[in-house]
Ligand binder design. Structure first.
Ligand SMILES: Cc1cc2nc3c(=O)[nH]c(=O)nc-3n(C[C@H](O)[C@H](O)[C@H](O)COP(=O)(O)OP(=O)(O)OC[C@H]3O[C@@H](n4cnc5c(N)ncnc54)[C@H](O)[C@@H]3O)c2cc1C
Length: 389
């Protein structure tokens, strides 16, 4: 099902979906288990994704991207994540968290210098908001940036940076006026070869293990004023606007994982026999499959609808926060529901590393946590609906 009647899909969309699907199934799926086991960053396939235009899908061609729209982005990300969610994370961070922020808030010089390199897939980009003592509540961050002439001097420790160990450039959020809390946060584009910057401990993870995640450290790291993204104090606004885009990506990642788990379960239910019949003929199993399919198709509609809201916002400037949060909340909980059921349908084989089902289950969980937990999505949705702050 593609929901073609409801959304303006074109031949171009079908083309990118097919290209992403072919690449994902032929080149990513066969190596996914090995990279999950080793936890190694899949540099080779990520480089090829850059060559295919998958690392800067919505970035205009003049800045090195593919110049396509949000529907193209969600279709491609779904296909990549269906083969391997870790590749999906790397792609999503690069497209949404780095490129979208630069495109929307960067100066022309910043776009030429940093966006072009990352959108074209030449280098990997990352985004660093979280700290060991500051996650959902970004206003409590401790990293400081103090102005000193033409530079800011950064000190502090950021945690959970996806692609942190391999990124060439990272958008980093730091306090310039701690007394102002959220309004005292400023964003910077950091070159990771800058003195005073270092990569800290690697985060050991349950899932998406091939996406490199680490702490990053700043010790008297001097960053020129021209590396500031937006104005002083605009960091929180930028961080949240970027997450709106990111959440649509994570919803697509969740959908990809759920689809992979569903399709494997359907196939298994058709083949596996117990008590003299196919297990898919037991109502206990067939109703599970019906619930999985229903939630997947509902998630798909919410994602396409959020993608359309983001497209409209390019013309009207209207926010798409609500649509993005709803899509992320529903799709991530769908991924958890579907992968949980998939393990059950596969019985003992669902628990075995000989099949990818247990990996789907582990990978699905992250979509309920990063870029705003499910609780934070409920907070955003309820506040926006009630008008209360
Ligand atoms: C694999 C991975 C990759 C990540 N990648 C990145 C990245 O690239 N860049 C980046 O900046 N961050 C990244 N993160 C961090 C991630 O965004 C945070 O972990 C997440 O936002 C939650 O923050 P926290 O872990 O500090 O949890 P906390 O904020 O401490 O929350 C703990 C629990 O309390 C709940 N809670 C908190 N506040 C409320 C509230 N007001 N109402 C109800 N419940 C609440 C939460 O929902 C959660 O259940 C990543 C995390 C992981 C695990």
């Amino acid at each position: 099902m593609t929901s073609n009647g409801l959304f303006p899909f074109t031949d171009e969309h079908e083309m990118i979906r097919q290209a992403a699907r072919d690449f994902a199934q032929n080149e990513i799926a066969p190596i996914a288990a090995e990279f999950d086991e080793s936890g190694e960053f899949p540099s080779h396939t990520i480089m090829k994704m850059g060559e295919l235009g998958l690392m800067g899908i919505e970035v205009p061609e003049e800045y090195g991207g593919a110049g396509m729209d949000t529907l193209a982005y969600v279709l491609a990300l779904e296909e990549i994540s269906k083969a391997d969610a870790a590749h999906g994370t790397i792609m999503s961070v690069n497209n949404s968290l780095f490129c979208y922020g630069l495109l929307r808030f960067g100066t022309e010089a910043q776009k030429q210098k940093y966006l072009r390199a990352v959108a074209s897939g030449k280098h990997v980009g990352a985004y660093s908001l979280t700290e060991p003592m500051s996650g959902s509540d970004a206003g409590t961050m401790r990293t400081r940036a103090v102005r000193d002439g033409d530079c800011y001097v950064l000190n502090g420790r950021k945690s959970w940076v996806s692609s942190g160990p391999v990124a060439k450039y990272i958008v980093v959020f730091s306090m310039t006026a701690p007394e102002k809390k959220q309004r005292g946060i400023t964003a910077f584009i950091i070159e990771t070869d800058r003195p005073g910057f270092s990569v800290g401990k690697k985060e050991p993870k349950l899932g998406i293990r091939a996406s490199a995640t680490s702490e990053i450290l700043f010790e008297d790291c001097r960053v020129p004023v021209e590396n500031r993204l937006g104005e002083e104090g605009e960091g929180f606004k930028i961080a949240m606007a970027v997450l709106d885009a990111g959440r649509i990506g994570i919803a697509s990642q969740a959908l990809g994982i759920a689809e992979a788990a569903y399709e494997a379960s359907l196939e298994y239910a058709r083949q596996r026999e117990a008590f003299g019949q196919k297990i898919g003929e037991f109502q206990g199993i067939s109703f599970k499959l019906a619930d999985m399919k229903t939630r997947i198709e509902a998630a798909r509609l919410l994602i396409y609808s959020a993608a359309m809201a983001k497209e409209r916002s390019k013309k009207t400037g209207e926010r798409f926060t609500l649509e993005a949060s709803i899509a992320k909340l529903f799709a991530s909980e769908t991924a958890m529901f579907v992968t949980h059921a998939a393990v059950q349908i596969h019985g003992g084989m669902g628990y075995s590393k000989e099949l990818p089902i247990e990996r789907y289950f582990r990978d699905a969980k992250i979509t309920e946590i990063y870029e705003g937990t499910s609780e934070i999505q409920r907070l955003v949705i309820s506040r926006m609906e009630s008008g209360l702050r």
